[in-house]
Design a protein around this ligand. Structure first.
Ligand SMILES: Cc1cc2nc3c(=O)[nH]c(=O)nc-3n(C[C@H](O)[C@H](O)[C@H](O)COP(=O)(O)OP(=O)(O)OC[C@H]3O[C@@H](n4cnc5c(N)ncnc54)[C@H](O)[C@@H]3O)c2cc1C
Length: 458
């Protein structure tokens, strides 16, 4: 319901210290447009750019009074555009202070901080925890939905490094959530997903010292996909926790598919070369770049911002490497892709899982996916200029790709690569942890004030 009158909006403007932006105002689009332009046509009635925790409380109270729906927005990177609605967007991006303490290893980030803010605070202390792959991704969305990174096999998920979070409830109460206080909410905030329980005002993580590292970038022609997938998956399976890789195959426009392996090793390039020797012996890449780097150089090397555009992503978790017949099916799907105007094209990628991620029991945090070897991510993209037929053909293609891969993967899906087209999302994202999440939701937000398409308890 969007029942606010102009007088209500004026009242909101007078109450908050930050700005209230309405359609047409300067900065309105920047503070409300979703990263995924598939949802760019969703326009809120207003945006509050919060300047303080008091503003967050005022915005919640105002939304409750008027019946206007409210969603929080930090980095705005929700794949399903869940940080924009047709009511009120609570833009937290100005609340982005990050304080890192080198002596305790504790890092406290405000609820609207982005990855770049966190990196800038931790780099002087030569310490890190698992952080994602995009400079503008919000720490809130990342941590609340798990958060995987190329350091996760060694350091666990972003959520696994979380020692405390403060959360403002729908009643405007601020709760400290950690192992001692509100332990249920602390549990839920480690994998339960953004937008479900309240507005997280701060996150405190434990970071650890980082070593110098090495990276690899290997590229093959699509024709070598069967050999490259077999060899890289096999190497990854036997690799120590220090190694992780994103192994993908993608195609755009009329070009041939390209296979890529982008990896990080928390050790020297000499070790990484040894680790990859069986891969290089099995199939020669057309490009091979294996190099020593500082942790921070590697972070920049691995940082990845998908280009602007509209996209859809489906995920599953694989307990075993994809066998040759699965890779063959993927290549045949890629050959039959409908195409679009987006240079990102479409494809499939495997992210190494396991290691420290799987040493946490599935019920110890809300993040249930603790027994996989690979996260399997399938995607396609298009532009706003592509017509509805092209969009529909791409979505059908993606669904078909997932069907091809289904026999080789589990039913779980990654809640941070949130997929609005996933019917059985409750089981897929949360598995056996879902009933406990619903029970916590009922206690902390009995009216279901915080809600969205795949909100817990909806
Ligand atoms: C370019 C790119 C790179 C990525 N890289 C990685 C990666 O390396 N690893 C990984 O695991 N994931 C990655 N992701 C996925 C990412 O973790 C999710 O999209 C995440 O939800 C984004 O968080 P956000 O704060 O940027 O998004 P938003 O859209 O702002 O928020 C996501 C959800 O959380 C809610 N929310 C936002 N702020 C708060 C808050 N303070 N309190 C409570 N709820 C809140 C929103 O309402 C929304 O429902 C990537 C995504 C993109 C687009």
């Amino acid at each position: 319901m969007n029942g606010a009158s102009e007088a209500d909006w004026q009242r909101l403007e007078k109450t908050v210290a930050g700005r209230v932006l309405r359609p047409g105002d300067a900065g309105f689009r920047e503070s409300s447009t979703p990263f995924n332009t598939r949802y760019a046509s969703t326009t809120p009635n207003g945006v509050v750019s919060a300047a303080s925790h008091g503003d967050v409380r005022h915005a919640i109270e105002w939304a409750r009074d008027t019946g206007v729906g409210l969603v929080a927005r930090s980095g705005g990177h929700s794949y399903a555009g869940h940080s924009v609605n047709t009511g009120l967007v609570l833009d937290l991006s100005a609340l982005n202070t990050v304080v890192a303490d080198g002596s305790t290893g504790l890092v406290t980030a405000a609820g609207g901080a982005r990855m770049a803010d966190v990196y800038a605070a931790i780099q002087p202390h030569e310490m890190a925890f698992a952080l994602g792959n995009g400079a503008s991704v919000g720490i809130a969305g990342l941590a609340l939905g798990g958060g995987s990174s190329s350091t996760s096999r060694k350091l666990g998920l972003t959520a696994d490094a979380l020692v405390r979070t403060t959360l403002m409830t729908a009643e405007g109460e601020v709760l400290t959530c950690d192992a001692q206080e509100n332990p249920d909410l602390y549990w839920a905030c480690r994998g339960g997903g953004g937008g479900n329980f309240g507005i997280n005002l701060s996150f405190t993580f434990r970071a650890t010292a980082v070593p110098d590292v090495s990276t690899c970038l290997l590229l093959w022609d699509g024709a070598d996909a069967p050999a490259a997938f077999a060899a890289v998956q096999e190497a990854a399976r036997h690799a120590p926790d220090e190694f992780s890789v994103r192994l993908g195959v993608a195609a755009a426009g009329g070009s041939h598919p390209v296979v890529s392996a982008v990896g990080l090793h928390l050790g020297p390039a000499s070790e990484l070369r040894e680790l990859l020797a069986p891969v290089l012996a099995a199939t020669r890449p057309v490009r091979e770049d294996i190099a020593d780097r500082t942790f921070w150089e590697a972070k920049d090397y691995l940082l990845h911002e998908t280009s602007a555009g509209a996209f859809a992503v489906r995920t599953n978790f694989a307990a075993e490497p994809l066998p040759p017949e699965a890779v063959a099916a993927v290549m045949s799907r890629l050959a039959g892709r409908p195409g679009s105007g987006n240079p990102d094209g479409c494809g499939l990628a495997l992210y190494t899982w396991g290691g420290a991620i799987n040493r946490v029991a599935p019920a110890d945090t809300a993040f249930v996916h603790r027994d996989a070897q690979f996260l399997v991510s399938m995607d396609t993209s298009w532009t706003e200029q592509d017509g509805p037929d092209t969009v529909a053909a791409n979505l059908r293609w993606l669904a078909g790709l997932q069907e091809e891969v289904a026999p080789y993967v589990g039913v779980g899906a990654y809640q941070n690569f949130i997929d609005p087209d996933l019917p059985d999302w409750r089981t897929a994202y949360y598995g056996a942890n879902y009933p406990r999440l619903v029970e916590i939701k009922k206690r902390v937000d009995p009216d279901g004030f915080f809600t969205f398409g795949q909100g817990i308890g909806s």
